[in-house]
Design a protein around this ligand. Structure first.
Ligand SMILES: [Fe+2]
Ligand SMILES: [Fe+2]
Length: 205
């Protein structure tokens, strides 16, 4: 999702909240497939870093925008929210553990595959228990509003991935690319944190 395609970005800008989250699930599951098919440790590390970044962003957006809507709208929303939050915490524990594990250690691949299985299950459960019922319960404007809230939560979420790809510059490159797209001046002199701040200001302005 890091590479910008104006056509896709436009499509995402118009998506309702339920479609947006389901679209995220499919994109993240594509990365799971890529990880599982990767030929060597370096490729696995690259996909793991990407998965970590996308999962963190996705989970934060759900916690800020989707789950409050679930709690307000669905009859057993509070239980579903609590269950989903538990699974997010579990995923974060996995990601923290992976961060501390060398990629060539057998435990890295074992834990990553375990995390992937759990997250596929989490996505399926969210779609069955939260997203489809929410689409039935909300009217058109409610679904669109949820989409705007999710996009805002993603923009405001921290960008630093938990699992570092080993190339710290990759994150800065990605920020530089976002800064370029926003036409931010002086970006070549900025470090990752300054870029991140400038991007936030650029979005507000
Ligand atoms: Fe989730
Ligand atoms: Fe999700």
């Amino acid at each position: 999702m890091a590479s910008h395609n104006p056509e896709t970005d436009h499509r995402i800008d118009a998506m309702d909240g339920v479609t947006l989250i389901i679209n995220d699930h499919r994109i993240i599951e594509g990365l799971f497939d890529d990880y599982e098919a990767a030929g060597d440790a370096q490729a696995r590390l690259g996909y793991a870093a990407k998965i970590s970044e996308e999962l963190s962003l996705h989970a934060t957006a759900e916690e800020h925008a989707l789950y409050p809507a679930v709690r307000r709208t669905l009859p057993d929303g509070e239980n579903h929210e609590a269950h989903s939050l538990d699974e997010h915490q579990e995923a974060r524990r996995f990601l923290e553990q992976l961060e501390a594990t060398p990629v060539d250690d057998d435990a890295f691949d074992r834990d990553m595959r375990d995390l992937i299985d759990r997250m596929r299950h989490h996505h399926a459960e969210e779609e069955r228990d939260l997203l489809h019922p929410l689409r039935d319960a909300l009217d058109h404007e409610g679904c669109q509003r949820l989409g705007r809230q999710i996009r805002r939560a993603k923009r405001e979420a921290p960008v630093r991935p938990t699992v570092d790809s080993g190339a710290g510059a990759a994150t800065r490159d990605e920020l530089a690319e976002r800064a370029r797209a926003l036409g931010i001046e002086g970006r070549s002199e900025m470090d990752a944190e300054e870029l991140s701040e400038a991007i936030e200001r650029g979005k507000d302005g």
